[in-house]
Design a protein around this ligand. Structure first.
Ligand SMILES: CC(C)(COP(=O)(O)OP(=O)(O)OC[C@H]1O[C@@H](n2cnc3c(N)ncnc32)[C@H](O)[C@@H]1OP(=O)(O)O)[C@@H](O)C(=O)NCCC(=O)NCCS
Length: 208
């Protein structure tokens, strides 16, 4: 088993860069990945600086080997991104402004909270959400993801939440199995992007 340490909040610029690179490489089916590691850097910098978010990393040999992130609401992240990094983030998005399908998806991602809230059973979904978790390949199976997941649940419990949701695309079967192993139960199916189905999973923090 490989050794790792856990760090919460106030990440350095270098650590945020490593988180963005891990997201880009290991969550490559997510739409946000298609916007590039440069854009992801500003997204994670915003997550790192917002009070309504969690960003926890695992480190080994001085480098980030994995992370978990989540939020009580996505709106403060996008507001912070627009207020603090508007020009830098927009510059990274310029190549995508020429693609209608990407512009459409960017809009869908920005409207995601609203779209989810409009789905039939949304009022039964927990408000707090685990957005992503990823571990570098050479460290998978080391227990780092499980530790990050537990630390994440603890942080949300300290903020007064009794549960949180995870929305996982139907193509991410292995991820869904991991979440189920962590105690998540499927409570709903929704369509964030019109053509793609996602599962809504719920984690009751007491059961973690
Ligand atoms: C999902 C992911 C984070 C799991 O990381 P990991 O390092 O393998 O997880 P851990 O070593 O901490 O495993 C914790 C437990 O979950 C189990 N587990 C991990 N992946 C599993 C899977 N795909 N199916 C079933 N169980 C799984 C492990 O066996 C372990 O259980 P055990 O202690 O009883 O053996 C990792 O595979 C990953 O980064 N995948 C790519 C990114 C991704 O898809 N993220 C999720 C979508 S946001």
């Amino acid at each position: 088993m490989k050794d790792f340490t856990i760090k919460k909040r106030f990440l350095s610029k270098e650590e945020i860069k490593e988180v963005a690179n891990i997201h880009h490489e290991y969550l490559n089916t997510s739409f946000l990945s298609q916007l590039g590691a440069g854009f992801l850097f500003y997204l994670y910098a915003s997550i790192n600086e917002c009070n309504e978010t969690e960003l926890i990393i695992a480190k080994s040999d001085g480098h980030v080997i994995g992370f978990v992130t989540g939020a009580e609401s996505l709106k403060p992240i996008y507001i912070h991104l627009l207020k603090k990094y508007f020009f830098q983030a927009s510059f990274k998005l310029i190549p995508h402004f020429f693609s209608f399908s990407k512009l459409k998806k960017i809009t869908e991602v920005l409207l995601y909270s609203k779209n989810e809230a409009q789905q039939s059973n949304a009022k039964h979904h927990p408000k707090a959400e685990l957005l992503s978790i990823a571990i570098k390949k050479e460290y998978q199976g080391s227990g780092a993801a499980q530790e990050l997941f537990h630390q994440f649940a603890m942080q949300f419990m300290l903020k007064g939440h009794s549960d949180f949701k995870i929305i996982v695309g139907s193509e991410l079967e292995a991820a869904k199995r991991f979440y189920t192993k962590m105690g998540a139960i499927e409570i709903d199916k929704i369509n964030i992007h019109k053509e793609e189905e996602s599962f809504v999973l719920k984690v009751i923090i007491d059961s973690v």
